[in-house]
Design a protein around this ligand. Structure first.
Ligand SMILES: *Cc1c(COP(=O)(O)O)cnc(C)c1O
Length: 417
């Protein structure tokens, strides 16, 4: 079993908690950067490789800026996400705009920024052309639908997802876009989320490479890039293993050489839109125990709640918990770790074996770097926590303040009462 470790010592964390106050999400700069470099290295064989970070995972400009310095672009799917990218200097084809059910003004902004627009439906071609004009570069999101026996066990059930176009539509899409003036083309898919089996992504690459060849043969369209989407999982549980990126890179390289090169499609840019993989393991929600309660079960009440991290409540997701300073004590007590929402699913852990916990202990909830703070909400009048960056020089920077009561009331006008 791999032990879940922290980039800071218990004393350091206690100091940070003293200085900034709990709860907070803290992101490990070095962890994020080393990880991004590992991903790039795994695909360094590709004539061009581009990771567009899925902004929705960690929509913080400081994080986007760190990533941009490593050559990472942005995968946006809403107007605020586009503006966020723009504000940190990520513009043009450093952005891929992968949206669905898209409002007109979002297409207009994406076009203005020169982003690569990735269309989710055949009907969006005319819609985009009407509201913003057909750009020179256009991409389509493919939904493979039911994949038969080979694909189904491994690829899941894309036919039940709302995204993308069918295979027959896809061919019509390129013809139609070309007629409207598009000259450069991309091909995209994203069929799964939080998948730890690297062979799943290898199979996705195979499917996409074969599709690119078919596009060339049937329509004489040579795609400039193939975007394999995001969805690479992370080991939330201590017994799980991270996806071996080098293995993945090597397998995709083999398929590139077997399928794309002989078809005369080389060079094709390989793109990805990972979010979780990039920041997930390098964020921690740090919260202090404020109550203990013993009724039919034993509860530990903390000062964070589901507004700071929805995944356990929403998906029953496992997030590992370390009791700061008690790393080497036996896990011989069973607790439910709860937040303060009037919702019984506001629990960070259920029946979790932990060391004896006392009021005042600091708990570290692991793997909150992606889809953590970002998913927060204000139900029950709860306010979202601050975000901190643990920099590579060991200093800590506040990169988003906590929400305040004033923020909560900012959308209300009491003068009208
Ligand atoms: C959510 C999403 C991603 C990122 O997914 P992860 O699981 O965080 O890697 C990438 N692309 C699209 C279109 C998405 O909706």
């Amino acid at each position: 079993m791999i032990k879940k470790t922290l980039p800071f010592s218990a004393e350091q964390l206690e100091q940070i908690a003293e200085e900034f106050g709990t709860p907070f999400h803290i992101y490990d700069q070095k962890g994020i950067i080393d990880n991004v470099r590992a991903l790039k290295a795994a695909f360094s064989w590709a004539p061009q490789f581009k990771e567009y970070f899925a902004v929705k995972a960690t929509p913080n400009p400081h994080i986007l800026k760190l990533l941009a310095a490593e050559g990472i672009g942005a995968d946006c799917s809403s107007l605020p996400e586009l503006i966020l990218a723009e504000r940190v200097g990520i513009v043009g084809e450093e952005i891929v705009f992968t949206s669905n059910d898209t409002p007109a003004r979002e297409f207009i902004k994406a076009k203005e920024l020169g982003a690569i627009i990735n269309l989710d439906d055949i009907s969006h071609i005319d819609f985009l052309d009407k509201v913003a004009g057909m750009p020179e570069m256009i991409c389509f999101r493919y939904n493979p639908g039911p994949l038969g026996q080979r694909g189904n066990s491994i690829i899941g059930k894309p036919e039940e997802a709302k995204y993308g176009v069918t295979k027959e539509q896809l061919f019509d899409c390129y013809v139609k876009a070309k007629k409207l003036g598009a000259k450069r083309f991309g091909l995209h898919t994203m069929v799964i989320s939080n998948e730890l089996d690297p062979d799943f992504f290898v199979e996705t690459a195979r499917m996409m490479f074969e599709l690119a060849v078919e596009l060339k043969q049937r329509l004489n369209i040579c795609v400039e890039f193939i975007d394999l989407g995001g969805g690479i999982g992370i080991p939330y549980r201590p017994e799980q293993e991270a996806v071996d990126l080098n293995y993945l890179g090597r397998q995709v390289e083999k398929l590139y050489n077997q399928i794309l090169v002989p078809a005369g499609l080389h060079p094709v840019k390989i793109a990805m839109e990972c979010g979780r993989l990039i920041t997930g393991p390098y964020g921690y929600l740090v919260t202090r125990v404020i109550h203990k309660k013993e009724i039919y079960k034993n509860y530990v009440g903390v000062d964070a709640c589901m507004a700071d991290l929805m995944r356990p409540g929403m998906y029953g997701a496992y997030h590992h918990i370390t009791v700061c300073g008690k790393e080497n004590e036996p896990c011989d007590h069973m607790y439910d770790v709860t937040g303060s929402l009037c919702e019984n699913n506001d629990k960070f852990a259920i029946d979790r074996m932990l060391p004896l916990i006392e009021i005042g202990d600091l708990l570290v909830i692991h793997d909150t770097g992606a889809h953590g703070h970002a998913m927060g909400f204000n139900y029950n009048g709860k306010l979202r926590s601050k975000e901190l960056l643990f920099k590579d020089d060991g200093t800590v920077k506040l990169i988003r303040r906590a929400e305040t009561i004033e923020d909560y009331f900012a959308t209300l006008d009491f003068s009208e009462l």
